[in-house]
Design a protein around this ligand. Structure first.
Ligand SMILES: [Fe+2]
Ligand SMILES: [Fe+2]
Length: 703
């Protein structure tokens, strides 16, 4: 397959419409902010241009001495052994848990940059599938940090001054790359190779621990993780060589410099993290920095509580209302005020406020009060020079104007056929995502209106019974095949072509589930990811469902353009309604976690629909006409109720509703069950027009 097909290098530079670009002005271009906003991407899609420019700027800054030599593509061993890498010298108080604490954002975001390598657009691409397989291996090897994923999702986590900015820069790059898998493919290939070949930040820090006691204190898990990374090197080298050859054949010129830049990006940011962490440990935070952080934290909730009280001639409420809060001036004004008695700090009126029955009792704990006293006793004034900023210079990158803003497109008015192209290429048209919520909601509303929930009070055994009934109903009508087939071969061939937009996008409803990794529903996401991986044949093009379907089409001499091209959605052989289901499913996958219960219902409906007498009869008839029935066979087997996709779909619903009940109670759980069922019914609703059109055309054409 030609590189141009889906993972083409010409997508650079990435562009968006002007209104979308203007939304990005609300976001700051530094690692801490970006890290937070990318974890909460569904609510902050406007941050994407910032994420793109953040990666670009860091790529530009990457130094050539980090560029890998050509032998990086041939040497199976890691290029840098520990002896060659700079080892930080760490104080005795630093131990393994301290290292883990500092690098948690990196552990939790690796190898997230490969999360969207496999999508509808790239589902048939062998390089994408190769990377998908590598990402599955790397995901298994991730060292589990003792911090739950969703803890890092809080704003406080990324703003904490105790954590170094350089770590958030690298973590933000790891998350940002995930949003541009086609745009930055050469860089991602290089970045991943460096990740597999080079020691990680944690490897380098813990090597410093080993130095101290002249023995290797590294955790066995860490050693195992490094081994699994190294185990992916040769597969990755093979992919890169193939990509380069394909790119050359397509006359895209040399891709190696971009691969090198991606490699250097990882190495440079890794080195910077190690340096920043060891410096940070070598220079503990001063009381002044801790006080500054404390006042900043208090300021947001202090506003409106201080009436006419003044500090430095300014109302206290005005101090706290300022954005951003000017902690340095506030600290100077406080020290100079009558609240503080510098001769006898203990007797300062300030401390009376925090005493029992004082207006600020309970606002500060004993540790905070001790810190405040210590700081005032040392003079209390902020030093003129800011000794330690929580933002690195490089971490705060000035944004450049977007050179190539595109014209805005009115997605709301597009037909499903026309919209399909933009949904499949949403990486290049991120604005389309804003328009899909309305389209998804319309189908869901109609489904709710047309279908009555089978039971209102959710119980696990009721769900089991519901699935068993549907399954039995489907299976009982099956009769052993008796020739001839009910419909002609020509009808089947025509029907297979009509189903191409749906089945060539098989699995698309789950293409965004990796976003659940940063939510409390991470375990639900893991179950859905298992299904998604199977739909992609676990990266094997022989087992991948879209590829199986492409081979079926080829065997019937049906030549269709690739799914991500305009020519595909413009193909005049398709009924317009052939795009109804894939548009609904792809749109749903792009809505983030907003429709999670509905997605769980849709997922169950899809998996259950692959079973039953309809499919079994279809298999018999295809065989009768000597049409390859692999796509039907694979679904009958893999979607099975006992251990297959239907079982996983049921488990995901049960787990999700258990979690909802635990946090929000039974009433809310029942509401969410209704939403799950709404999603379940929506598959039929979304496909109703297509089904009717198929019947109508069949009657008209009489093949
Ligand atoms: Fe499938
Ligand atoms: Fe399935």
């Amino acid at each position: 397959m030609n590189v141009k097909d889906a993972l083409y290098v010409s997508t650079e530079p990435w562009s968006v419409s002007d209104p979308f670009y203007q939304r990005s002005y609300a976001y700051q271009a530094n690692g801490r902010e970006l890290f937070y906003n990318l974890i909460h991407l569904s609510a902050h899609r406007g941050v994407l241009p910032v994420a793109y420019q953040f990666v670009k700027s860091h790529l530009k800054l990457s130094k050539t001495h980090f560029y890998p030599p050509r032998r990086a593509l041939d040497n199976a061993d890691p290029l840098a052994v520990f002896a060659e890498s700079p080892r930080p010298s760490l104080s005795d108080s630093i131990d393994f848990p301290a290292c883990i604490e500092q690098v948690t954002p990196l552990l939790q975001t690796a190898p997230r940059w490969l999360d969207h390598v496999s999508t509808v657009a790239t589902g048939e691409n062998e390089i994408a599938m190769g990377l998908f397989t590598i990402s599955e291996h790397l995901n298994k090897s991730v060292l589990t940090a003792p911090v739950q994923h969703w803890v890092i999702a809080s704003k406080d986590y990324s703003q904490h001054p105790g954590r170094v900015s350089a770590v958030f820069d690298l973590a933000a790059v790891q998350l940002a790359l995930a949003q541009f898998p086609r745009t930055f493919l050469p860089e991602i290939l290089g970045f991943t190779l460096a990740y597999c070949q080079q020691p990680s930040v944690l490897d380098l820090l813990t090597a410093g621990l080993g130095d101290k006691s002249h023995q290797d204190l590294r955790d066995p898990l860490l050693i195992e993780t490094a081994a699994i990374r190294a185990g992916q090197v040769s597969a990755l080298q093979g992919l890169i060589k193939r990509y380069e050859t394909d790119a050359q054949a397509a006359e895209y010129g040399a891709t190696w410099p971009r691969i090198q830049q991606g490699y250097a990006l990882y190495e440079q940011l890794t080195e910077r993290c190690v340096k920043a962490i060891s410096e940070r440990w070598g220079r503990p935070q001063t009381d002044e920095q801790l006080i500054e952080a404390l006042f900043k934290k208090l300021a947001s909730s202090a506003r409106g509580h201080h009436g006419q009280a003044l500090l430095g001639g300014k109302k206290l409420d005005h101090w706290f209302a300022e954005q951003p809060f000017n902690s340095r001036e506030f600290m100077a004004a406080l020290t100079a005020s009558s609240y503080v008695n510098l001769q006898a700090i203990e007797r300062s009126p300030l401390f009376a406020l925090f005493e029992f029955k004082g207006p600020m009792f309970g606002v500060l704990n004993n540790e905070d009060l001790g810190l405040l006293k210590r700081w005032l006793e040392a003079g209390g004034r902020p030093s003129a020079m800011r000794p330690h900023s929580i933002q690195t210079v490089v971490g705060s990158i000035a944004r450049e104007p977007q050179e190539l803003c595109r014209q805005a497109i009115n997605f709301e008015t597009l037909s499903n056929r026309d919209l399909f192209y933009y949904l499949v290429n949403s990486e290049c048209y991120p604005e389309v995502v804003d328009s899909v919520t309305g389209r998804v909601t319309k189908v869901l509303r109609l489904a709710r209106w047309l279908n009555k929930v089978p039971f209102k009070v959710y119980k696990h055994d009721r769900l089991d019974q519901f699935i068993a009934t549907i399954y039995q109903r489907g299976i009982t009508g099956y009769q052993a095949f008796k020739a001839p087939a009910r419909v002609s071969k020509a009808t089947y061939v025509w029907g297979i072509e009509q189903l191409a937009p749906t089945i060539l996008a098989d699995g698309c409803w789950l293409q965004g589930v990796s976003q659940l990794q940063f939510s409390p529903y991470q375990a639900v996401g893991d179950l859905l990811q298992k299904i998604y991986s199977d739909e992609m044949g676990n990266g094997d093009v022989l087992k991948n469902h879209p590829c199986i379907y492409r081979r079926l089409l080829a065997s019937l001499n049906i030549e269709l353009p690739l799914v991500h091209t305009r020519a595909f959605s413009a193909h005049c052989g398709f009924l317009n309604s052939a795009f109804d289901i894939p548009v609904f499913l792809t749109a749903l996958s792009l809505c983030g976690n907003r429709f999670l219960p509905e997605l769980l219902g849709v997922n169950l409906a899809i998996e259950l629909s692959g079973l039953g007498q309809q499919y079994m009869t279809l298999r018999d008839e295809l065989k009768y006409w000597q049409i390859d029935s692999a796509i039907v066979d694979v679904h009958i087997a893999i979607d099975n109720v006992a251990t297959g996709h239907t079982a996983l779909a049921r488990e995901a619903i049960a787990l999700y509703l258990d979690q909802v009940q635990m946090i929000q109670g039974s009433e809310v759980m029942n509401q969410h069950w209704r939403r799950v069922y709404q999603g379940y019914s929506a598959l039929n609703t979304a496909g109703a027009r297509f089904k009717a059109a198929l019947v109508l055309q069949y009657l008209k054409k009489r093949f």
